[in-house]
Design a protein around this ligand. Sequence first.
Ligand code: PMP
Length: 453
Amino acid sequence: PVASTAREVPPSGAAVKAADRAHVFHSWSAQGLIDPLPIAGAEGSYFWDYDGNRYLDFSSQLVNTNIGHQHPKVVAAIQEQAGKLCTLAPGFAVDVRSEAARLIAERTPGDLDKIFFTNGGAEAVENAVRMARLHTGRPKVLSTYRSYHGATAAAINLTGDPRRWPSDNASAGVVHFWGPFLYRSPFHAENEAQECERALAHLEQTIAFEGPQSIAAIILETIPGTAGIMTPPPGYLAGVREICDRHGIVFVLDEVMAGFGRTGHWFAADHFGVTPDLLTFAKGVNSGYVPLGGVAISAEIAATFDQRPYPGGLTYSGHPLACASAVATINAMAEERIVENAAEIGAKVIGPALREIAERHPSVGEVRGLGVFWALDLVRNKETREPLVPYNAAGADNAPMAEFAAACKRGGLWPFVNMNRTHVVPACTITEAEAKEGLAALDAALTVADAHT
Ligand code: PMP
């Protein structure tokens, strides 16, 4: 029996946390071991708790709040749409959905002019894989180790990090290969040109042994994000494009994390002049204010489903509130030069500062990135490049990274920490003053990591 039917307004962070622990089952967590921070509010590059502690958000949550928290134009657009039309089945024509699709199609590279909407990134990956399989009539999909593509059946199986292990074989036909990453080269290469050449040869060989006629798609993150912001060497993506064309394989670029301004262009593919056949997006499309993602589809693949139905879609595909927030987000990003801001802050402030920080701290092995998309690879030894914590470290083994993250938080900085890396992935709207404040806090916290070198 429930004692009271009235919903009590939690008066404090402690009450919010107690209510959370009573009934919320958290993602990716051992329920008995977590201590979620109760959050009272957020604005721009900051969020704060109930005790007056404010954090500069260098994580953009899960690298999604590209436009910052509570952008007034996006909040207003959601409110306005809620007053007009909250929900409608995907089969109807809706003004905000068509407008969101137009604004996205205008910005995606090449002829990726048809937009299939989803509720997030993993679902976009699921549908890209399905489209590729139906388009080619082939079963297999190739993806890289050191990647993240989402937590649903095919998406988690395509993922090349340890989160895949408990769900392995959720989807048949997935084959992993190594992408390029010079700092920890799988090919023992000494320079970028060699890394590129050897990575392409390795992919060719993988295809030859798997059977080109059985491969529907190759899916890559344009710049792998969660796995360490590993910008591919010049020529690599163009090489994969050529290999796909030669074998009739669909080329999928996953821009769920790298898209919508994060790298200082609308899409990371713009840096490389490469157009995939399918491009998945989510996160930055509307900064996650309402769940939204999608697949941008080439004319050729769209034509496959012109007279034959595409078998996929969910009740909320292209949800009006989500689409209204995407329209407002994209328009605000264009009007306020937010993508340009990401490029400039990265080139003039964050990049130079991180390189200077790396020189002073023995724990910083490499700095990689562009725009507002940076990673610091933390090491025990700069010479050997031994990671500060072992691959997939847990518990006591992960203590150096846990201590570093705690030091960031004590300094008012919310970091994005994964394995032996900390990522600097603030909002694309971040100002120079905010970036400097965060970089100073990061600089101070790195002394904690240095103690483990
Ligand atoms: N692809 C990439 C490249 C991602 O970074 C993510 C999320 N981090 C996903 C797919 C999955 O997106 P979602 O969590 O919205 O399902």
